[in-house]
Design a protein around this ligand. Structure first.
Ligand SMILES: CC(C)(COP(=O)(O)OP(=O)(O)OC[C@H]1O[C@@H](n2cnc3c(N)ncnc32)[C@H](O)[C@@H]1OP(=O)(O)O)[C@@H](O)C(=O)NCCC(=O)NCCS
Length: 136
């Protein structure tokens, strides 16, 4: 997927948070620390720093949800991170994001911290960020 494809899919995801532009995706793709894994309807993007991979975002197109794509993309991301030397994956997720929290919790991620009122939503409210980690 190109930077434009990633930005388009992100925009289609219907999230209540700022969408990253194609330019921001292009900068991420140009960074050797970046890991991207894709399926036909979604992607995960993250960054590897020594033995920890930070999962920045996972997105599945709304027309293809609840069909196992999220699990598949997450597994691909973890495998790619492990192949690059990561021993853990860390991520942040809104406490309001039931779907993503369920995806992570059923894939052995556990809470290691919380940032209160961390996310500023498009409608002007704020949501807490949960910090989750998994040992690979
Ligand atoms: C989170 C997201 C990636 C899940 O993708 P998906 O392809 O629908 O996920 P899967 O079909 O693989 O589902 C895996 C598990 O996640 C959980 N899950 C997924 N959607 C859910 C929902 N709407 N409600 C509750 N649990 C849900 C379930 O535990 C599910 O397993 P099950 O179907 O066996 O019950 C998708 O909802 C999405 O793109 N959301 C918008 C972007 C986002 O919020 N990303 C996370 C921020 S980092």
């Amino acid at each position: 997927m190109t930077a434009h494809d990633l930005a388009r899919l992100h925009a289609a995801a219907g999230m209540n948070l700022r969408v990253w532009s194609a330019e921001e995706y292009a900068a991420l793709l140009a960074d050797p620390k970046t890991i991207v894994t894709t399926t036909e309807a979604g992607f995960a993007i993250g960054s590897i720093i020594f033995e920890d991979a930070e999962l920045l975002l996972i997105v599945v197109h709304p027309d293809h949800r609840r069909a196992g794509q999220g699990r598949q993309i997450l597994a691909k991301f973890e495998a790619a991170a492990q192949a690059r030397g990561a021993r853990t994956v860390t991520l942040e997720v809104s406490d309001q994001n039931t779907a993503a929290r369920q995806l992570y919790e059923t894939n052995a991620y556990h809470k290691v911290g919380q940032r209160n009122n961390y996310y500023k939503t498009n409608d002007g409210t704020s949501e807490h960020a949960l910090i989750l980690k998994k040992t690979l």
